[in-house]
Design a protein. Structure first.
Length: 154
């Protein structure tokens, strides 16, 4: 929220009958209806929403007592009509030579292991990693380029 260096001041004078007179920086804030002490929060919310910045509120009661506070504009949801500003597309990882409609996956190398004499490999991963990646990991032979789905026991 942007806060100005000098805050506008909302003066509220409440008479003995509880009716309020409101001004913002000395300019009377007229209303079609008389507002009472119970309407104070609504009036302050209207003023801060109109200004879009916090204000200093000074309330003077009929008996001469005064109160002062800072009021911020009420929180409101982002406007639905506002379109997000277009962002430039991020660089993509690209490849070629796939079959039309073929699903292409990016595999992240979590660990490496040399195959044994029979060409088999077994990697031990933490159980939490196995549970989170079940069905999504592949074994990729770096030389042969052989891709084998990782067989994870259920």
């Amino acid at each position: 929220m942007k806060i100005p260096v000098v805050l506008s001041v909302v003066h509220v004078a409440i008479d003995a009958g509880g009716v309020m007179a409101v001004d913002v920086d000395g300019v009377p804030r007229d209303s079609e209806q008389s507002r009472t002490r119970g309407d104070l929060r609504t009036v302050i919310d209207e003023i801060t929403a109109d200004l879009g910045v916090p204000v200093r509120v000074e309330v003077r009661e009929a008996d001469g007592s005064t109160y002062a506070d800072i009021a911020a504009p009420p929180e409101s949801p982002a406007p639905a009509a506002a379109e997000p500003s277009p962002t430039p597309p991020s660089p993509a990882l690209a490849g070629a030579g796939f079959q039309p409609g073929e699903e292409v996956a990016l595999a992240y190398v979590v660990a490496r292991q040399n195959a044994d004499a029979a060409g088999n490999a077994a990697l031990n991963l933490p159980p939490a990693l196995l549970a989170a990646t079940r069905g999504g990991l592949v074994l990729l032979g770096m030389t042969s380029r052989t891709v084998t789905p990782l067989e994870v026991p259920a």
